[in-house]
Design a protein around this ligand. Structure first.
Ligand SMILES: Nc1nc2c(c(=O)[nH]1)N[C@H]1C(S)=C(S)[C@@H](COP(=O)(O)O)O[C@H]1N2
Ligand SMILES: [Mo]
Length: 205
């Protein structure tokens, strides 16, 4: 399950090195990568829980979510299994807009994303506040398909894809960092594709 040695990772074609992080290969498709089955989510029972180190805990239903300010971003998507899908557009609600609803306590420094199906992943508040990080509902002009996280996935374009949690149903603000599903199982805590932060440093040497 764990791919460890950087020696085994071929570098991307030279012409793409500015767009494509080292060790990645461009695919024209948008593959599905999920651990386990696609959970069944329905809009009338969909909820997004915003909790933890916040001034006000909030639970959004679908109508609440639709009323938040929406934005659109362009971005590339890099999976740690080495495929990169370039030129995606995403539409949804910026994490920074969600923060306006809940307010952060002084010690809120980390976020655990929670999903239908039980998947989790951790990201820093500092990173999520950057432009491009959003709760996405549309990909390339269309609603996400069920396999890609419908109705809402987290999108963290500057990290490997496993940080972009599908079927998002909670954001937990935390004072201390905690590893999510893959971060507990050998994936790097940060996951910056430009630094090839694929696996725990102790696995790659
Ligand atoms: N809930 C959930 N989110 C998830 C995953 C998952 O297994 N469950 N897989 C992650 C991984 S490893 C990647 S690369 C991307 C893939 O997104 P895609 O299936 O839309 O291409 O989703 C991420 N988000
Ligand atoms: Mo991935």
């Amino acid at each position: 399950m764990l791919r460890k040695s950087p020696e085994n990772i071929k570098t991307a074609p030279a012409s793409n090195t500015e767009r494509v992080p080292p060790g990645q290969f461009v695919t024209g498709k948008f593959p599905v990568l999920t651990y386990g089955p696609t959970p069944k989510v329905e809009l009338d029972t969909w909820r997004l829980r915003l909790f933890g180190e916040v001034e006000k805990e909030v639970e959004l239903d679908w109508q609440d979510f639709l009323q938040l300010p929406w934005s659109k971003i362009d971005g590339d998507f890099h999976c740690v299994t080495q495929w990169s899908a370039l030129d995606n557009t995403w539409e949804g609600v910026a994490f920074s807009e969600v923060v306006k609803l809940i307010g952060l306590t002084a010690v809120a420094k980390h976020v655990m994303a929670h999903c239908y199906g039980g998947y989790t992943t951790n990201v820093s508040v500092e990173l999520l506040m950057q432009p491009g990080c959003m709760l996405a509902h549309k990909h390339n002009g269309e609603e996400l398909s069920p396999d890609h996280g419908w109705p809402v996935r987290l999108l963290v374009p500057m990290r490997y894809g496993w940080k972009s949690a599908k079927w998002l149903n909670g954001l937990e603000l935390m004072a201390e960092d905690r590893p999510g599903f893959w971060e507990e199982r050998g994936y790097h805590n940060e996951g910056d594709p430009w630094k090839q932060e694929r696996f725990w440093p102790e696995l790659t040497g």
